[in-house]
Design a protein around this ligand. Sequence first.
Ligand code: 4AD
Ligand code: MG
Length: 479
Amino acid sequence: MFNKRTRIKELLQVDAASQEVTVMGWIRTFRNNQFIALNDGSCNQNLQVVAALGLLNDETMKRITTGASLKVIGELVPSLGKGQKVELKATSIEILGDCDTEKYPLQLKNRPGLEYLREIAHLRFRTNTFGAVFRIRHSLAFAIHKFFNDKGFVYLHTPVITASDAEGAGEMFRVTTLPFDNPPRTEDGHINFKEDFFGKSTNLTVSGQLEGELAAMAFSDIYTFGPTFRAENSNTTRHLAEFWMIEPEMAFYDIEDNMNLAEEFIKYIIRYAMDNNREDLEFLAQRLAEEEKQLPQDKRGELGLIEKLEFVLNNAFERITYTEAIDILLNSPAYKKKKFQYEVKWGIDLQSEHERYLVEKHFRKPVIVTGYPAVIKAFYMRINEDGKTVAAMDILAPGIGEIVGGSQREERLERLIARMQEMHVPVEEMQWYLDTRRFGSVPHAGFGLGFERMVQFVTGMTNIRDVIPFARTPKNCEF
Ligand code: 4AD
Ligand code: MG
C-alpha cells in the first residue's frame, strides 16, 4: 500500500520509539547536505529528517530542494539538535516530485510578503502563516457545527441560486443563461426573463435567512453555513464578493435571547480554537506582534493576539442601544476634534470609523448595538413600540467592526406587509415567506455571523483576503 504513513503531528507528540515509520511531505529547507525540514501540513512544526552521509548519492542529493516532495522511511530517535524532541533517522528517501528551485517562488530567503503571497495563493498554503490560518479556519468551522449540533439545531442547506433579494439591498450577482449579445425582449423592450433558464430573473443568494425562517417554523432551531454573494463594490480589508455566513434562526426567541446566543456562540468557537489550535495561534500571535512593530504606536493593538482572545472570553460584551451609541459619538473627543469623516446624527448608518471608535477607543471590547432606526435596516426586522426603531442587533468587534448582524423578526403579518410596501419589497412574489406569518406565526429571531470576519478576529490577520483560500473581490477572480 502506498499511503501507509504517519502524520508529522502525531510523530512530534510521541517520545522516540525505535520502530520504523514512514512520512511524506514537502521540503521546507535542506541544510548541510544532511538535515531536511519536512512539513506535511498536519501542524506548523517541521519534522527534522536526518540523511546520514552516504545515504544519498550525488544525483539524488541535488534533487533535495525546497518544495520537492518526499517519502521517507526511517527510525524516530531522540534529537540532539535544539528545537525538537525527536527526529527521523532516514533509512530510505524517495523523491515523489521534484521542485525546480530556479522557478519555485517560495524560497525562505526572500521571505515573501502577504501581498505577493496573495498572487500565488495556489502555493501559499505551504507557508507557516497560511498553514496556521487555514487549520484554524477549519477548526472554527468544525466548532460551529459542534456548537449547534450539541444544542439540537438542524443544519439547513439553503439554496445558492434564488429569485429573491433577502436583504433588499440589491447588491446581487445575476444568474442567467440568456445570450448577452441578443437577449430575448418583451414587447416593451425589457429583457424577457420568461425565456431564461428558470423562467424568471435569478441571482446568487446574499443570505439564507428567509429560507432559514421557513424551516425554523417547523424545527424551532436551525442554522445555515454556506457561501453568500454580494456585488458591492467595496475594496476594503473586510469585504469579499463571496463569503461564508452562519445564520442561526430560532423560533420562540426574542432579541435578548438572540444576543445571549450570539455571545455564547462567539465565545464557544474562540474557546475551541484556543484549546485545539494553540501552536498555530502562538505562531500567529508572534507574526502579528512583528507586523505591528512596523506601525506607529497608536495603531498597535494594546494586547497580543492570545491576550485579546482571553479578554473577550472573560468579559461580557457591552450592550447599548443605537441612540446611546450616537450620544457617545457626539460627546466623544474625536467628534469634538472633527476627527470623523462622516456625519454623526440620529438616523445615520454607523460608518466603520464610528463602529471602531465605539469598540476600540470607548469600550475596548465587543459591543452589541440594538434598536437601530427602521429606515436603515431590512424589512423583516421587528418594529419596536416607538414605531421608529427596530429590534436589530449588530455585534461590533475590535479591529473588525461589524461581525454579526441580526434581529428579532416581524412576526405580525399586517405590520410585515406594511414594512414591505414601505421598502418596495415585492409582496406578491413573497407569499411563501408571508405564509409563515399566516400559519402559526411565532416570535422568532436570528443572526448572521460573517465567517471570514470571525477568522480574521481569531487569527489576527488584517486583510480578509488572507483568511479565505481564494478571495473574490472587485476585479479579482483568480484561481
Ligand atoms: O448584516 P448582514 O448583511 O446580515 C444578513 O445578511 C442577515 N440576513 C443575517 C441574519 O440575520 N440572518 O450580514 C451578516 C454578516 C455581517 O455582520 C458581516 O460579518 C458579514 O455577514 N458580511 C460580510 N463579510 C464579508 N464580506 C462582505 N461583503 C460581507 N457582508 C456582510
Ligand atoms: Mg449588517
